[in-house]
Design a protein around this ligand. Sequence first.
Ligand code: 6PG
Length: 241
Amino acid sequence: MPLIIRPSNPNNNQRQHCRWHGYPTAALLEQAAVQTILEAAELAISKRKEFHLVLAGGTTPRHVYELLRNQITDWRKWHIYFGDERCLPVNDAERNSMMAAQALLNHVAIPVGQIHIIPAEQGAEAAAAAYSLIMDTVEKFDLVLLGLGEDGHTASLFPEHDWGTSPGSSSALVVNNAPKPPSERVSLSAQRLSQCRKLMFLVTGINKRKAIQDWRNGIDIPAAAIKPENGVDILMEETLL
Ligand code: 6PG
């Protein structure tokens, strides 16, 4: 049973409703994340015959994806999107799409036409324009997975950059001069990421402690700009509090 922590400063969080879930170990967090994803899939498939999932990049979710691939679900009903992508060649090991393919997508029977990779090898401008058109085909994601960077970034929404928070923002943003290499990226905007039924952050590693503390203290980090109507769940190691 995870330790449920009430918002440290609810007034500061009133515009973003956060539910903080602390776990004693990363393994327990990963198991909870897998269960949450499966439950979201089951609910969406039972209600709408489809499950629209946005995958997080980085390294944190890799083991969640590896655990997920062994689970029983109707993969034919899954539709996969990415929260962001690095502008690297298609098969570059540092691509978020490559991590997801190796950990999950190459191992499950999701129809290839239902896996929507950001074509970041085309360069950020062309890829963002192309992906925005794909985003127009999905009104609301069923579940969005996100990571958290040490500086409070999420997806490729970085401090001192445009986070795409206004309703008129593009769904997919061009990101230049990212502080986390590579410098050129594509990211779903904060407003587009917020168009979802459920959103879960996965946060492990003591190096994320300051970002979590800033977030809980109401500091305006990029992760705090993600404001789905049903709030956000942050699954993290207890040591980060
Ligand atoms: C990326 C990710 C990024 C990531 C965080 C956390 O392309 O780098 O989208 O937002 O989720 O930087 O990264 P780790 O999980 O590796 O700590």
